[in-house]
Write a protein that binds this ligand. Sequence first.
Ligand SMILES: *Cc1c(COP(=O)(O)O)cnc(C)c1O
Length: 393
Amino acid sequence: MPFDLASRLAERRAADLHRQRPLLESPQGPDVVVDGRAMLAFCSNDYLGLANHPEVIAALRAGAERWGAGGGASHLVIGHSGPHHELELALAEFTGRPRALLFSTGYMANLGAVTALVGKGGSVLEDRLNHASLLDAGLLSGARFSRYLHNDVASLAARLEKAEGDTLVVTDGVFSMDGDLADLPTLCAKAREQGAWVMVDDAHGFGPLGATGGGIVEHFGLGLEDVPVLVGTLGKAFGTAGAFVAGSEELIETLIQFARPYIYTTSQPPAVACATLKSLQLLQKESWRREHLNGLVRRFREGAAEIGLSLMDSPTPIQPILVGDSARALRLAALLRERGILVGAIRPPTVPAGSARLRVTFSASHSEAQLELLLQALSESWNILAKEGRTDA
Ligand SMILES: *Cc1c(COP(=O)(O)O)cnc(C)c1O
């Protein structure tokens, strides 16, 4: 039967893989109203608590008064306005790269950068745990596409040996579902040795990592020669929307000429760029946000170890609790929800089969008291799961 959507949906439900969208009826923040109920949330990527910051909101409002509501056209026609340009200059300075280019979303920045750089005759090598947008970009590019074992330089080296043509090595900076860091010093050295370029998508590193929030490249002290293509997104720690690619003059000019997801889309509303200029200032200057966040992460890892939860090797605000089975992950999330705590259950295909998890994330706007509430609820819920015979599958 053509288009048998009903059975596809039924199969998805039967496998505990059906997804639902919680309806948020409040701004981002620890205290939310979801599906009509007040909850304490640990699942946003608003790591620094800037999405609902009064100064960022004021900048957005003032931006709308001055520049209107919409971008109006693509950047190459008449949609590239003052705030977009000013933000690009600020992001270039922030990343210590000659130029930066603003995209409307991170998904599009990744599609645009990969497809503009490599195609038929070239090669793309990606970490197998990369974000879906990077994997899609590699496939769309038409280049030879291969995935190496997670963070494994030997596995990368074997593929670099066989790679043909211009070769792009692509990795998340902070892995979005695991929270661990790419071993960039080692990966970049190997890539350079073989004449390949490295592209890092640091959607989750900008903000939390580095002395001034400059992300994984600041954390490891890596320059343009190590990471020629650096991607950041603005919807996470920046608290706004959009994304950027930073790199050489030639790289950015190449993207403007050849990156189709850049060329054929409307620019983001200029007021959003005004808001991001403000959040960039806060992200750089207010290092107390990073310090507080690190304190929460340390305390959480101690408390979770006492409960006996299995955490992943993550130093970042992404602290997944590995559960394994999708049904058990859903059950644990439901037990937490009964206790007023909202955490996302992440299941295949977002993560590999058999590695369903609760993805706990922290924000600088969480208090220590809220963290203790989370630990208390986790302890109770984990005990109930154990009694149900479900913690040792
Ligand atoms: C969220 C995310 C993206 C996509 O960014 P958007 O701006 O939300 O489209 C890309 N890469 C990674 C690693 C992400 O986590």
